[in-house]
Write a protein that binds this ligand. Structure first.
Ligand code: FAD
Length: 415
């Protein structure tokens, strides 16, 4: 049985991993050379602590304030495009306390499943991705966020997730290598960190060695349908036949879904990162700066990565270096010894998070075309939820019982 996976990001590759393991003949097709996309320059957090989706009560008001500042962590470019209006409408409808409560359990369950699977992957010869289960520190430096931290801890405990309030002195003991300017932190001992570039390269090499075929620099432009089956896909130069198709094309899945008469409201949430390959700066845990929404990731020895910004804008808009300046300036506010000059634009990475309207991924076989599986919309959590999503895709394609309840991820929920 031949499976064709559209998209060679983390979701496509982890799906390939489980499908190859199940004995299928797998081809991954991608419109790029699969070296730079969203699954590469991200912060690499495996974070069961992230059980709150992007759409929360208050985010709209806060977002409007942030929009007036070019260096702020969140920006939506006003647009009258249909896809933006449809996403914005569903996003606002989802920004409720009830939705946040409903989303928490499925987000927790898929994150815990994924973490367990990544831990299994660390034992597979040939797969290496600098997995580090040190936990994550979420720093705060405002009274408002100190108060918010207490709520976060209560909510985490209600979900069975370990979370601890850390005062300034303990924080400094946990991070002894540099002075930190923060009132305190929430420590999530159950979170982990990996080096995404290494994960992607290692997965690709591993999959190639197991016979998975890769077709780079070919863009899928349409599907070949017959009744309720999709028999293959079309690119500018080729036609690929397959028994089963997996759509794992990140934010671009939205346009492919349209070709399948399916509506997935989704936008690209652009984020930036700067990586120092041999850094004089050391942190021992993954760090989030709450007020600035910036992530600091120690990776693979001496590397350190600073990332952030959620910029909802066109997929071809030129990068805005002011946002990168905003990230680096906020790092300095919490870590006064960190002097990181703004690098030239060609040394700044950016990628588009596939932001679903309600902060939950879309994972499932299509009702109209049962031989098509969609796996997309992971927003800020594609790495964290990657291994579990691949596992679920494997189960959906092979018609095995699924490892968890996937009803909240129903692909057609906005169609
Ligand atoms: C700054 C930043 C920090 C982040 N930090 C984290 C983090 O710490 N933890 C976490 O879990 N997540 C994080 N994320 C989010 C995470 O990176 C994404 O959720 C994840 O990479 C999405 O993976 P994907 O496979 O769905 O999409 P992508 O990685 O975008 O892959 C989709 C692939 O499909 C291909 N494609 C698209 N259309 C077609 C077509 N028509 N034909 C062929 N190929 C096509 C694309 O070229 C692309 O390679 C972060 C993101 C950013 C920007």
């Amino acid at each position: 049985m031949e499976v064709l996976i559209i998209g060679g990001g983390i979701i496509g590759l982890s799906s390939a991993f489980y499908l190859q393991q199940a004995g299928y003949t797998v081809t991954v097709i991608d419109r790029t050379d699969m070296q730079q996309g969203c699954s590469y320059g991200n912060a690499g957090y495996i974070c069961p602590s992230h059980f709150v989706p992007l759409a929360t009560p208050g985010i709209v008001r806060q977002g409007l304030k942030w929009m007036l500042n070019a260096k702020s962590p969140f920006y939506i470019k006003p647009s009258l495009s249909r896809s933006m209006i449809s996403w914005g409408w569903q996003f606002m409808k989802s920004a409720t306390k009830e939705h946040v409560e409903r989303a928490a359990v499925p987000l927790r369950d898929i994150a815990l499943l994924s973490k367990r699977l990544y831990e299994e992957w660390t034992h597979i010869p040939g797969l290496d991705f600098s997995y580090d289960p040190q936990g994550m520190l979420e720093l705060f430096n405002s009274e408002e966020n100190a108060h918010h931290a207490e709520h976060t801890i209560k909510d985490a405990h209600a979900l069975g997730i370990d979370a601890r309030l850390i005062d300034r002195a303990t924080l400094q003991q946990m991070e002894p290598d540099t002075a930190i300017n923060a009132l305190g932190a929430v420590y999530f001992p159950g979170d982990a960190q990996l080096y995404p570039n290494q994960l992607m390269h290692s997965l690709m090499t591993y999959l190639r060695s197991r016979g998975v075929q890769f077709r780079g620099k070919e863009e899928v432009t349409g599907f070949i349908n017959e009744g309720n089956r999709v028999k293959g896909v079309r690119t500018a130069t080729n036609v690929y036949a397959a028994d089963h198709i997996v759509v794992a094309a990140g934010v671009w899945s939205r346009d492919l879904a349209k070709e399948l008469q399916l509506k997935i409201p989704m936008v690209g949430g652009r984020g930036y990162s700067v990586t120092l390959e041999d850094a004089p700066y050391k942190v021992r845990h993954s760090v989030i700066l709450s007020e600035a929404r910036v992530a600091i990731s120690p990776m693979n020895g001496n590397k350190i990565r600073f990332g952030g910004t959620m910029e909802i804008t066109g997929l071809n808009a030129p990068p805005r270096m002011q946002r990168v300046e905003g990230i680096l300036e906020s790092v300095k506010r919490y870590f006064p010894a960190y002097d990181i000059p703004l690098p030239p634009a060609d040394q700044v990475w950016f990628g588009y998070r596939p932001c679903s309207a309600d902060g939950l991924p879309h994972i499932g076989n299509l009702e109209r075309y049962p031989n098509v599986t969609v796996a997309t919309g992971h927003s800020m959590l594609g790495i964290s939820l990657g291994a579990a999503t691949g596992k679920l895709v494997g189960e959906l394609v092979t018609k095995a019982p699924v490892s968890m309840d996937i009803a909240p991820f129903k692909v057609e929920r906005f169609s």
